[in-house]
Design a protein around this ligand. Structure first.
Ligand code: ZN
Length: 266
């Protein structure tokens, strides 16, 4: 009897599709959600149509502060197949409140630097909008460099009651020159030696709006339009841009929504 049950279990295990047809019923804030539908040709996440690949793959992000349940609507030829609801599990973020700091210790930036920052921000904003048909995002992600985790996703400082923008990636402290690998196969859509805030910066596109960013590099070893795989060294750790010591800032986003890179490694 026991053997029979085992055999049935093995049978089901072998014939399961690689990606579960159904999405989870609950998911953590800051997650990347990857699904596959073998019958839907259109997917709506809340009110937004998202790209569905030829093999039915799709992806979306749950933001750091997202609280409302998410509804995923599956359509074929315009008619409803099903609606799947996902509840959100709240994350505890590291919030640091520091009061009683002397006011305005920061020297104001001169016009030339402000212009440069605006130009560079616009450039990055345009890259975030790119929506390629690649489906590299469905493969597993790796941590791009070895080192000590020195900053986690979502942490935030509140200085004299004023909330600073939350940390949108994972910081990995390592010696200058430590190799950095692509976290997944991707197309290089940005490679720059010296941006004001992020210094040596690379952005890889993994398809359907999923991108990874690598900042403060001492050495950028790739060029735009190059395709890289997980084993490829794309650059080296540094402390360029606005940085207080050598580390890699690694971020992952879907269009404008950043996700927690650590959740991709679980
Ligand atoms: Zn960082």
């Amino acid at each position: 009897m026991k053997i029979k049950i085992k055999l049935i279990a093995i049978f089901f295990f072998i014939f399961q599709p690689a990606i579960a047809a159904d999405l989870p019923k609950e998911i953590r804030q800051g997650s990347l959600v990857i699904g596959q539908s073998l019958d839907a040709d259109e997917i709506i996440v809340d009110n937004n149509f998202i790209k569905v690949s030829e093999k039915g793959h799709f992806v979306f992000a749950v933001g750091r502060d997202h609280v409302e349940p998410i509804s995923v609507t599956y359509l074929k030829n315009g008619s409803l197949i099903k609606i799947h609801q996902i509840n959100i599990i709240k994350q505890d973020y590291d919030i640091q409140r520091i009061d009683g700091l002397p006011e305005q210790m920061v020297t104001p930036l001169d016009d030339e630097i402000i212009e440069r920052i605006i130009y560079e921000n616009d450039l990055i904003k345009e890259k975030k909008k790119i929506n390629l048909n690649l489906t590299y995002f469905k493969d597993s992600f790796i941590q791009p460099t070895e080192g000590i985790i020195s900053g986690v996703f979502g942490s935030q400082r509140i200085l004299n009651g004023k909330a600073k923008s939350p940390h949108r990636g994972l910081d990995i402290a390592a010696e200058t020159g430590t190799p950095i690998y692509a976290c997944n196969e991707g197309l290089v859509i940005h490679a720059e030696d010296d941006l004001y805030y992020t210094g040596g910066t690379i952005i890889l596109d993994h398809g359907h709006g999923v991108k990874s960013i690598y900042a403060h590099l001492s050495n950028v070893k790739v060029t735009v339009n190059q395709t890289v795989s997980k084993d490829d060294i794309i650059g080296e750790v540094g402390s360029t841009g606005r940085s207080t010591g050598p580390h890699l800032h690694w971020g992952v986003m879907v269009f404008n929504t950043y996700v927690d890179p650590q959740l991709l490694l679980d």
